[in-house]
Design a protein around this ligand. Sequence first.
Ligand SMILES: Nc1ncnc2c1ncn2[C@@H]1O[C@H](COP(=O)(O)OP(=O)(O)OP(=O)(O)O)[C@@H](O)[C@H]1O
Ligand SMILES: [Mg+2]
Length: 371
Amino acid sequence: MDRGFPKEILFQSIEDRIKHFENRTMGHPKLVKSYEDLMEKFETLSGKGKVLLVYGPSGVGKSTLLKKVRSEFFNKYYEEMTEDKGLIPVLSMETFAPEDGKFDWIDFYFEALRNLQEILIEDKRLPLTEIGVTIPTDKTKRKLRNALVNAVKYRKVKVILIDEAQHMTKVGNSKGLRNHMDAIKSLASKLEIPIILFGTYELLSFRNINGQLGRRTTEVHFSRYNSKLEDEIKAFKYILLYFQRAYPLHEEPDLLSEWKYFYKHTIGCVGTLKDWLNDTFNYKMKQNEETESLILSDFKKFEPTIDQAFLMAEDIRRGETQLKEKREEKESKLDSWLGLDHQEEKEEIKRNTNKRPGERKPGRDKTGTEF
Ligand SMILES: Nc1ncnc2c1ncn2[C@@H]1O[C@H](COP(=O)(O)OP(=O)(O)OP(=O)(O)O)[C@@H](O)[C@H]1O
Ligand SMILES: [Mg+2]
């Protein structure tokens, strides 16, 4: 059966085989769906300064999705880039955990400018004198922000992708949170391009203060595989099969028959799974050059512990519940505001008062005949 790699790889150096496996990225259903969903939403936002949230559990594959979006944009604008050496279609960056617990905008603007400079310098597309992206010497928030706005417009950036964006929610109180979201939205609207924030479920706190925007167009949920759903178990098993075949080993290891073990320790997150499979392969190959296959005890050495899995599961549960509850809570508030809940109560009272004494509620009769 085809294992998705040319046979020669089996005879290459250990380093090459390890690299080869690490670079294998599977377009599994949830990744593909999140990608398509995101690109479709981008099209509707394109040209408008809107903010799009992409959230999901830690280790689900969010950064992988970001990389795919980034490379898609570079492909899309490839021709234009060869004609216009200064064009940068995507600015992609990561935010860092704030040292003092509060997200720092100066760091953010500085990092964004540094990224734009780096792209031009690393690609050697323009001579240094023509970079046109300058970092002000006076690094005040306003100066840096203006420099970023100018650079983004000058370089005709089409979209900004921000990874680990949950750090931007670190503010301490809800007023600060609203200010941060307003700052991101106003930046997007000033630049007239979408800003896409990728992050964990902590990003949901932005979502919850963002009620006035149409949700459907402004968010993508990249979820894990849920073992309570048959289709998703099937997909998770298929992913295991794909990776076991992809190992450049003479003998294909058997991960599939242990799917529950792999699922339990990853909570159905493909990124966490892949890191684990990478680490196991890397170690085993370096330890023994003659390795031909992998067995369960090899994986046990690098498994995310039950404590870690438990914490991951708790985070996921919190995020998923928050998503569900918020919707139900909002729906019931909406009903109450529109008076629909009272309407139901009134109808219920009317139904009850119309009954003659001695009549029984139809629902109570087990046989439940109609009349
Ligand atoms: N579909 C995939 N196929 C192969 N490898 C993958 C896939 N998705 C993710 N990975 C790998 O799994 C690891 C973790 O994935 P990634 O960094 O994208 O997850 P994440 O959701 O961004 O995690 P975090 O919340 O920790 O930032 C990376 O090494 C990545 O290359
Ligand atoms: Mg990530």
